[in-house]
Design a protein around this ligand. Structure first.
Ligand code: NAD
Length: 270
């Protein structure tokens, strides 16, 4: 059930059910907390240690809503579709779908491992197709759907040594625009959030790869590579991304669809 007028201010997403892929860590976890704080029930997904995931789910449940965990591997199309099917079977519906799970690999293209290319396309692009494909008909039937694809500034511009990631993220933007057009008359919006650099394990893990690819040290990677193009000279935060997701899912987001929304400290304004 959607929010009533009495709870809509404090909990604007009360009664909504949100599936957030890759929500055991980083940006996905930040968005999950923001949605749960706004009243949504959650399907949590992602890899990780069982005890850590239990703690994560307990912290999300502290917002007061229902929380289930689905460990579906999104490299597998059935795992991606199953996540949405589980939301409907266990929590009764799917109102909000955040395609966030993603991986990165940094390597010059002549040496770029084929298995890394295939995995990045499968997780960062194709998994969003499979979840959207499964969620779309129920959202249309309900007359409400909010699909948020966590793309990247790399959906808008490129950087060297990230061929698979940049290709996948540009593809996510094309998918976003197409789904927005298909959902426009059914109350289903689809947007891409395009973060610049956010301090998460994904970024931490690529610092050493970038250092090796460029022959520079860690501090130089952060200063001269990661934040060089980010005019604010600071990482965007998972709380900022969560607040944007909540806005897009609420009444103020109803006419925002097919958009690429940079949260990049001015990176792509240059
Ligand atoms: P992260 O590594 O902290 O989290 C990634 C999440 O995806 C984790 O929950 C992980 O378990 C999950 N995941 C990985 N492989 C999976 C699989 N096969 N099946 C299911 N789940 C899987 O990364 P993050 O930085 O929070 O990135 C989240 C998204 O934000 C990604 O799509 C990334 O491309 C995008 N992004 C990140 C940044 C940044 O600076 N951190 C910038 C722009 C875009």
């Amino acid at each position: 059930m959607p929010a009533t007028s009495t709870d809509s201010a404090a909990k604007p997403l009360s009664g909504r059910v949100a599936v957030v892929t890759g929500s055991t860590s980083g940006i996905g976890l930040g968005i999950a907390h923001a949605l749960a704080g706004a009243g949504a029930d959650l399907v949590v997904n992602g890899l990780g240690d069982t005890d850590a995931i239990d703690l994560t789910c307990a912290a999300l449940m502290a917002h007061g809503g229902r929380v289930i965990y689905d460990g579906g591997n999104l490299l597998d199309p059935a795992g991606a579709a199953g996540l949405v099917e589980n939301s409907i079977a266990s929590l009764g519906r799917v109102d909000i779908l955040v395609n966030n799970a993603g991986i990165q690999h940094v390597c010059p293209i002549e040496d770029f491992p084929v298995d890394k290319w295939n995995a990045i396309i499968a997780l960062n692009l194709s998994a969003a197709f499979h979840t959207i494909r499964t969620a779309f008909a129920p959202m249309k039937a309900a007359g409400y759907g909010r699909i948020i694809n966590v793309a990247s500034a790399h959906a808008l511009v490129a950087s060297p040594y990230k061929s698979a990631y940049v290709a996948a993220k540009h593809g996510v933007l094309g998918l976003t625009k197409t789904v927005a057009l298909e959902g426009a008359q059914f109350g289903v919006t689809c947007n891409a959030i395009c973060p610049g650099y956010v301090w998460t394990p994904l970024v931490e893990n690529q610092i050493s790869d970038t250092a090796a690819a460029r022959g520079i040290d860690r501090e130089a990677v952060i200063r001269d590579v990661l934040l060089a193009a980010q005019p604010t000279k600071r990482f965007a935060t998972i709380e900022e991304l969560g607040a944007l997701a909540v806005f897009l899912c609420g009444p103020g987001g109803a006419s925002i669809t097919g958009a690429a929304l940079p949260v990049d400290g001015g990176w792509t304004a240059q």
